[in-house]
Design a binder for this molecule. Structure first.
Ligand SMILES: [Cu+2]
Length: 125
């Protein structure tokens, strides 16, 4: 192997590692839902290259409102799906869209974009 081959190979592994980390491992910060009047838990989620926060902590048995705002032209985040709650929404650019659900059981629930590339996690306690 020449030096160039080695460099190209290492670069390839680097790119693969980054993809694995970015799409599957990176969770971002966990954010707890804040309560508001009426006992609804509210979290604002920005959609840009993924979900921020990508990890949301909520209380079981209380309604939860996720306000999604898509801040990118990319079509990847155009749709958001909460499969466990049967919720799905179309997200126009720069317009907040609220998704309400009632997490009854503690557990971890995923939410994703329509293509299952952006991933977020709802941790219900
Ligand atoms: Cu997508």
């Amino acid at each position: 192997m020449t030096t160039t081959n080695i460099i190209v190979t290492l670069f390839g592994f680097g790119v693969i590692g980054w993809i694995v980390w970015y799409f599957w491992l990176w969770q971002g910060e966990s954010v707890a839902a804040a309560g508001v009047a009426g006992g609804v838990q509210v979290v604002d989620v920005t959609v840009r290259g993924g979900y921020q926060p990508a990890s949301i902590v909520a209380e079981a048995g209380r309604p939860l409102r996720l306000n999604f705002t898509r801040r990118e032209a990319s079509l990847c985040g155009e749709e958001v799906v909460l499969p466990d709650f049967g919720r799905r929404a179309h997200l126009p650019e720069n317009q907040p869209v609220s998704l309400e659900s009632l997490p009854r059981e503690p557990g971890e629930y995923e939410f994703t974009c329509g293509m299952n590339m952006y991933k977020g996690k709802l941790i219900v306690r």
